[in-house]
Design a protein around this ligand. Structure first.
Ligand code: XMP
Length: 317
């Protein structure tokens, strides 16, 4: 019978054997998979694991700092890279979702390659690939598609010529969470909703600017904090706020406002392939809407997405 403890024991032993004194670079995303993969590798090879965590400026509010902090507390050898401006520059003027994804994928590869080059004599690339990624049943919009299209153009960046080590590639998501729990990883990281690689860029419809990111981060934080304090967060498979490229009229005191709309999305799902919109309580939605409108400058209207997948994808882009 499969247990997380026996998986950890055999995997760490096998990694030690396979990697010896070799160095490994691994990109952390703040998500469950890369975090669990990193801790397993760390148990096997310690400081020879070099983790890289890139701030693409498209993460949730304060997420980069808080996640980097948890990684350091876990004892990981991790470098945080502030690459916000490089991503914003690459996104300037782009409004097509696939062009945005490609730009983000390209810059990520450049930033990661720069950092990987700083590690002398690195032999391996660690990845948090899980079994469903291997059988490519995840999302046709997933990051691997972005990476592939990039390669066809320019040839492989150096870090992609490294040998690949993927300690989780036989596991399903729930097994990864169980392994993470046995490894003592922060429940906040393990229970985190899925979050797309291109981050808030695909939740800002149309062109991405740092100003829109800041507005969306505030609205999203109010939304997610309320889901947490209402005890609903763990019952929802994925939730997030979307910045719509629509302005509508409002009144504030005696004044007329003409500002943007934020849409709230929350879904129940098993694997993201199909999804039902969550029937969140009206009182909770009312509280979130009020807090967003009263506190987030630039937003005067909040709507709730009541569409299921198919046909409405979870993300709007
Ligand atoms: P959709 O929008 O296709 O999303 O219903 C299904 C799941 O995939 C995530 N998603 C992405 N993840 N890069 C990612 O890493 C992407 O480009 C991407 N697009 C969608 C989405 O958040 C949901 O969990």
């Amino acid at each position: 019978e499969w247990t997380s403890e026996s998986f950890i024991e055999t995997t760490v032993a096998a990694l030690k054997e396979k990697l010896g004194d070799d160095k490994v670079v691994l990109g952390l995303s703040g998500g469950v998979d890369s975090s669990v993969a990193a801790v397993l590798l760390h148990q096997a090879i310690g400081k020879n694991l070099y983790c890289i965590f890139v701030d693409n400026g498209l993460l949730r509010k304060d997420e980069f700092e808080s996640v980097l902090d948890s990684y350091k507390h876990m004892g990981l050898n991790v470098t945080g890279v502030d690459a916000k401006q490089r991503f914003y520059d690459a996104l300037e003027g782009l409004s097509d979702p696939e062009k945005k994804r490609k730009a983000i994928g390209r810059v990520f590869i450049e930033v990661f390659d720069d950092e990987a080059h700083k590690v002398q004599d690195v032999k391996w690339l660690g990845q948090g690939t899980i079994y469903p990624d291997v059988i490519e049943s995840v999302s046709v919009k997933g990051p691997s598609a972005t990476i592939k299209s990039h390669h066809n153009v320019g040839g492989l960046p150096d870090f992609m010529k490294l040998k690949v080590v993927e300690p989780l590639n036989t596991l399903f998501k729930d097994e990864v969470r169980r392994v993470g729990k046995s490894l003592g990883i922060d429940p906040n990281i393990l229970g985190r909703h899925p979050f797309p690689g291109p981050g808030l860029a695909i939740r800002i419809l149309g062109e991405v600017t740092p100003e829109k990111v800041a507005i969306l981060q505030q609205a999203d934080a109010i939304y997610i904090n309320n889901l947490r304090s209402a005890g609903v967060y763990d019952k929802v498979w994925q939730a997030g706020a979307i910045y719509l490229p629509v302005q509508s009229v409002g009144v504030m005191g005696d004044e007329r406002t003409y500002e943007n709309v934020v849409c709230l999305r929350a879904v129940e799902s098993l694997d993201g392939m199909t999804a039902d919109w969550c029937h969140l309580p009206y009182e909770l939605l009312a509280k979130i809407s009020n807090e967003i409108i009263n506190n987030v400058k630039g937003i005067n209207r909040v709507v709730y997405d009541i569409s299921s997948k198919p046909p409405a994808t979870i993300e709007w882009e």
